[in-house]
Design a protein around this ligand. Sequence first.
Ligand code: FE2
Ligand code: FE2
Length: 191
Amino acid sequence: MAHTAGVRPSTERNTQGAAKSGKSGKMDNSEFHHFFMDEVKDIYWAEKHLMKALPKMKKAATSPELAQAFDKHTHDTQMHIEALEQIFGLMGEKPAVKKCEAMEGLLTETDTMISATDRDTMTRDAGLIMAAQKMEHYEIATYGTLRAFAKNMGRTDVVSLLQKTLDNEKATDVALTEIAERRINEQASEE
Ligand SMILES: [Fe+2]
Ligand SMILES: [Fe+2]
């Protein structure tokens, strides 16, 4: 990835105090380090807001099977938040958020979908699964790219944390597809 060697004024970005040296031994005050951390802050915001939305999605679900899947998803999301907090620590920074416009949009779409579908219908559940999978795919793209970036930075400790979350996001996506295809999509199409 091409990036310029431009150095930002320390007052603009480096609000956490002096840059620390990473495990790789390289200074962490590079443009790429700041870019990487901004993206970590973005997904941290996204996970935290997803954490708040999942109980609403569970409450809106028709089938107990989907409600249960959202419970597991909530538990998993808490793990993802904790993994990101570990990453902040490993990178020598305090956890901080940066508003994720994409997740905000996906959450707004979810609210709109809930309002537009009737309670106790399978169409509602099909819509909830679609919404959850859109979020999963956003997370998969983000974690996959962050993992690649961490690899480039020589941060194997961060790579393994990101890999674990990425694997879990992928498993959630597969589980949602299975729930949808087992019964919900078929029943929804008959409503
Ligand atoms: Fe997540
Ligand atoms: Fe984002």
